[in-house]
Design a protein around this ligand. Structure first.
Ligand code: ZN
Ligand code: ZN
Length: 149
């Protein structure tokens, strides 16, 4: 896999991030993150289950808890509209994120929304609301699928 080296870096980053937060990066949590990194698109929890061969006793709630943990640590994102998860493309992010989700191939791309969301933050502030984090899911057609159409 061409991505192998990136994964090593992301796993190392995840390890560091957990240590800094005083959380333990258990073998299951690590395995789930590795599986997410290996996926080519958003993955559902039950798609990951059969892939977790290291621990045959892994039950759905255990995997959900591991996924929740990764999301809480900013190592993965939950895409609500697909009920699926993706490893964070930058390893660990607290930035404002937009997911561009392709309706045809099911791919999802993490898009740094920083500038696009400044206006939103300003507008919310005028309304007395302080936004800490924004997560937007946009659906449409990816560049490849537009060409195929
Ligand atoms: Zn991210
Ligand atoms: Zn597509």
């Amino acid at each position: 896999m061409a991505h192998a080296h990136n994964h090593t870096a992301q796993i190392a980053e995840a390890e560091k991030r957990c240590a800094d937060a005083g959380e333990s990066f258990t073998p299951l949590r690590r395995r789930v993150l590795e599986l997410l990194l290996e996926q080519h698109g958003p993955a559902k929890a039950y798609d990951l289950l059969p892939l977790i061969d290291a621990d045959k006793s892994a039950k759905p709630p255990t995997v959900y808890r591991a996924l929740d943990f990764l999301v809480r640590m900013g190592l993965a994102h939950r895409i609500e509209s697909l009920n699926a998860f993706m490893a964070c493309e930058v390893g660990a992010c607290e930035r404002s994120t937009i997911f561009l989700i392709c309706e045809k191939c099911g791919g999802a791309e993490e898009f740094d929304a920083g500038h696009a969301l400044i206006d939103l933050a300003d507008a919310a502030k005028k309304d007395g609301f302080s936004i800490r984090r924004t997560m937007i899911e946009a659906s449409g057609l990816c560049a490849q699928c537009q060409q195929a159409a």
